[in-house]
Write a protein of this length. Structure first.
Length: 407
């Protein structure tokens, strides 16, 4: 099966330029070639792009596809069957916004990834790490302080699991690897949606973090850390963590260290804005809302510092429940401090590099998976082209299949 996109302006994300009048041939789910001359192929399906922009499908490197609610205590008590159905709806929405790959950093598993692969669920390619590892009382511990019991059945839905001590942490890491994890996620300090922790507290001992890093590296994987404070970021980097999530309270030192270690920063400004505006309505317990202010305004400063220091940033959103519709707002929120070409890179090639899958997706390039979108206008000149899919997103192709088209 051959599809030819004709008369396309191809966005070269590496160079940050548009290449006009190109013809892109897709065969068996992959990009076969990009030519300047029209391509003769008898029975190919032809799509006239009419000068619009053809670019790689978007990559969101920080999602939780099972988070149908912002109330994690509630999520944990919901039947897995319901959560899977809700995740299907959430992933379909992502695909319709132009995301063809997402990296789930807590909650998704091999079952959901398989359902997407087999076409049972409409959705982006799902890169997952299973459940995030958290110490007792950490960001993955959803028990209010008055509750001692917890159901640790693995199939109980939830973004995290509680593990304490080096042997338990190693075992949990090995279990996630056994279930096909693409990375391991740990909670490195407090978070907003967890009922009993403080943003300023570090989580896990150095020995525990080092053990997870060792297990990941033995399997040629990497570790992802939930971290806000400069202290937690530096501690994680020192112990070999490669992907820093959020990073709102980073200082210049922490940013320099991310750069020096060739690590990645995945800011998620979208979720703090969303939580502030409508978090409680979406299920966030009202008593946790005060924690949002600790990180909301600082987030943009961290992004600005990171951009200035040349840190590689990926696009992340971390949205929960009904707030998922704001998935494209991260572009707007960063646009005051990051140029459009870098925003596009964050949401394409940088995400692919972060996942070590740059030979699979993230560019319009021969040999790569045909994960492509067509947009009206030039996102390098006006990033709002990407944030307004109703009017500007004309086509989505995921792994060679057109999933949405207005052409
Ligand atoms: Zn998250």
């Amino acid at each position: 099966m051959i599809t030819i996109f004709e008369n396309a302006s191809v966005l070269d994300v590496e160079a940050g330029t548009l290449l006009p009048d190109r013809h892109v041939v897709v065969e068996d789910g992959r990009i076969r070639e990009i030519t300047e001359a029209p391509v003769a192929a008898g029975d190919a399906r032809r799509i006239d792009v009419a000068g619009r922009t053809l670019m790689p499908g978007l990559v969101d490197s920080h999602v939780h596809v099972t988070a149908y609610s912002a109330n994690f205590t509630e999520l944990q008590r919901t039947p897995p069957s319901y959560v899977s159905a809700a995740a299907g709806a959430i992933m379909g929405g992502m695909l319709d916004r132009g995301f063809t790959t997402v990296r789930d950093v807590g909650g998704a598993d091999f079952g959901l990834a398989r359902a997407v692969r087999e076409g049972l669920i409409r959705g982006p390619r799902l890169i997952y790490g299973g459940k995030a590892l958290s110490p007792t009382g950490g960001h993955g511990d959803v028990r209010p302080a008055g509750i001692d019991a917890h159901d640790d059945a693995y199939n109980q839905p939830g973004l995290g699991r509680i593990v304490d001590g080096v042997p338990a942490v190693r075992r949990a890491a090995r279990e996630e690897i056994r279930r096909g994890a693409h990375h391991l996620k740990i909670m490195g300090n407090g978070g907003i949606s967890s009922p009993t922790d403080r943003i300023s507290s570090d989580q896990f001992s150095e020995e525990e973090i080092a053990a997870v890093v060792e297990e990941a590296e033995m399997a040629n994987l990497y570790v992802v850390v939930h971290a806000y404070t400069a202290r937690a970021i530096k501690r994680s980097l020192k112990l070999g963590v490669r992907s820093i999530e959020h990073g709102n309270l980073a200082d210049e030192d922490a940013i320099a260290m991310i750069k020096e270690r060739d690590a990645f920063l995945v800011p998620t400004l979208a979720t703090y804005r969303a939580l502030k505006d409508e978090g409680v309505e979406a299920g966030l317990p009202a008593e946790l809302a005060a924690k949002i202010d600790d990180v909301l305004d600082a987030g943009i400063n961290a992004v600005e510092m990171a951009h200035r220091a040349g840190v590689t940033m990926a696009y992340g959103t971390d949205l929960l429940g009904a707030m998922h519709r704001r998935q494209l707002s991260e572009f707007s929120l960063r646009s005051g401090v990051v140029p459009a070409a870098d925003l596009v890179r964050a949401a394409t090639i940088n995400g692919a590099k972060l996942m070590r899958m740059e030979d699979e997706f993230g560019q319009v390039k021969p040999g790569l998976s045909a994960d492509l979108i067509v947009v009206e206008g030039n996102p390098l000149e006006d990033i709002s082209v990407l944030t307004t899919p109703d009017t500007h997103l004309k086509l989505v192709m995921a792994r060679g299949t057109v999933t949405r088209s207005a052409l």
